[in-house]
Design a protein around this ligand. Structure first.
Ligand code: UN1
Length: 517
């Protein structure tokens, strides 16, 4: 397998992205080069050590924050459209390095190369979006109730934005946040997942080039590395008005409390337990494509992965057969090989959670339809490759209510009207993504109505994963309520100021109050 990774051009990829030799230790970009401890990054693809980065200690963190706060003073005065031009240049560099970065994502995280490229495409798309937005940071004007007065609102940058991201989207989620934050005039400090630190360094190297070519302070983009203890430097730091965190609900609850304790703002994108409702009016072929990609894409490690299929009893057997047949076609293996659909899980802990979930669904009375299992042998040396599994289950099983970050799909049966399926769909604590497969207008509209899905994302005739950057991304309930990426998500990265100007020689008070001196 070692040879396998070499065949796929990993060494060249690391070079293109400015990542140093494994044994040298990799500096964490521009501003976090202090500290003695190293964090090692192993590939789930072949178990090999890819590189090491310096773990940010407290002293290094202080240097990063100095650089960031200084840089903010410059960056906030650069006109927003010019900030947009920097983001445009960043997007151009990403276009040049798309293959290399996509490959690193695939090798360090384990998703298929195609999905790695897709992730970099999301970065490019959000850059384009942010460039346009840099000329549209609009506030409203209002009519004052007082004569000779003008009232309007404007948006100013917040300052230093802290970004904590997860392993499953090691580059795109940072870009959703940072490209918007940058055009808004904020500077960013990013802590990528400790499982994918090299993706962080690679991105930092790309933006560092752009900043230096434009003689801009390097502290506009900062990288820190380590586990949650390093994240805590940021969550507890009153100099950071906004923390955007993506990851588990467990992590999000801790972040939310720490940030709230100092009355900071947090933007949370946490767990999902996403379902597709399949009604008697569904197109079965489309259902199979949406459900299989949703369940096994990224080896079931997307927040938006499809975990539950809620199928009407009249078509249950037909859908079940079609899905089980489709699973027979799945190729599991090295994600850099484009013939494979499913790569490894991120690490052995994830494999254990997958095994426990499969054990639990049986204990709770579930019926395994497509057997899971851990693959072994020369091609699967990392020990992280598992078979996508399907189990028939009941909506209220504890394990079905729980988000397991693995390719396990639960089939649930409903009877009666679509409202019964909607009840099942909404019966979990998470509220990220949801979908309905139907050609029946009434069912579709009910699903999207106030009586319908309670999720941040609700789709008709497409699956739960693969959201476009143009919409606001995020979910309700234990998903955390945050919105990132498109629509008006930019407003979270700015502070709003209401201004009233009096251009008369009188000073009338609002609400007609008289206060004569
Ligand atoms: C995530 O899993 O945290 O909709 C993000 C999707 C991707 C983003 C997923 N655009 O699947």
């Amino acid at each position: 397998m070692k040879a396998l990774a070499a065949n796929f051009g990993i060494d060249k990829t690391l070079k293109i992205l400015g990542l140093k030799d494994v044994n040298e230790g990799t500096s964490t970009g521009l501003t976090s080069f202090f500290g003695n401890e190293l964090l090692e990054s192993y590939s789930p693809v072949d178990g090999q050590l890819i590189g090491k980065v310096t773990i940010t200690n407290e002293e290094a963190y202080e240097k990063v924050m100095d650089a960031a706060t200084q840089a903010f003073k410059t960056w906030r005065t650069v006109p927003a459209p010019q900030r947009g031009d920097i983001v445009r240049q960043f997007g151009d560099k990403l276009r040049q390095k798309k293959e290399a970065l996509g490959k690193l994502v695939s090798y360090e995280m384990g998703k298929s190369y195609q999905e790695g490229l897709g992730e970099v495409q999301e970065m490019i798309d959000i850059c384009d979006f942010a460039v346009g937005l840099s000329r549209q940071l609009h506030g409203l004007t209002m009519h004052s109730e007082r004569p000779g007065h003008r009232m309007y609102e404007q948006y100013h940058p917040l300052g230093v934005v802290g970004i904590i991201s997860a392993f499953n989207f090691p580059v795109a989620v940072w870009a959703w946040n940072t490209s918007l934050a940058w055009i808004c005039g904020d500077v960013c400090v990013w802590k990528p997942s400790e499982k994918t630190p090299l993706c962080g360094v690679a991105c930092q190297n790309i933006i560092a080039e752009v900043l230096s070519e434009n003689n801009l302070p390097e502290g506009i983009s900062n990288l820190i590395n380590g586990d949650y203890t390093v994240g805590e430097f940021m969550t507890k730091d009153p100099r950071i008005p906004l923390i955007s965190a993506t990851g588990s609900t467990r992590m999000g609850k801790i972040v939310a409390q720490e940030v709230a304790a100092r009355l900071g703002k947090s933007l949370l994108e946490l767990g999902g337990n996403n379902a597709i409702i399949v009604t008697p009016d569904a197109d079965i072929k489309m259902t199979v494509i949406g459900a299989v990609f949703g369940a096994v894409g990224t080896a079931g490690q997307r927040c938006t992965s499809t975990r539950r299929l809620i199928i009407h009893e009249d078509i249950y057997d037909k859908v079940k057969k079609a899905i089980v047949d489709a699973y027979k076609q799945l190729q599991i293996g090295n994600p850099l090989d484009e013939n494979n659909h499913v790569g490894p899980l991120i690490d052995k802990d994830a494999v254990k959670m997958y095994q426990n979930a499969l054990k639990q669904v049986v204990e709770e009375g579930g019926n395994i339809l497509v057997e899971g299992g851990v693959l072994s042998g020369e091609d699967f040396e990392s020990g992280c490759y598992v078979k996508p599994a399907i189990a028939e289950a009941k909506p209220d099983f504890k394990i079905v209510q729980h988000e397991t970050f693995a390719p396990i799909l639960y089939l649930l049966k409903y009877s009666g009207g679509v409202e019964n399926a909607i009840d099942i769909q909404n019966s979990v604590v998470q509220g990220l993504s949801s979908a309905i497969m139907t050609n029946n207008l009434r069912e579709a509209e009910l699903f999207l109505s106030v009586q319908g899905s309670d999720c941040g994302i609700a789709n008709v005739n497409i699956g739960t994963s693969g959201a476009e950057i143009g919409g606001a991304f995020g979910g309700e309930k234990e998903t955390g309520g945050g919105r990132e990426s498109g629509s008006d998500a930019w407003k979270v990265y700015m502070r709003r100021q209401t201004n009233t100007i009096n251009y008369t020689t009188e000073l009338p008070l609002a609400q007609g109050i008289k206060f004569d001196l």
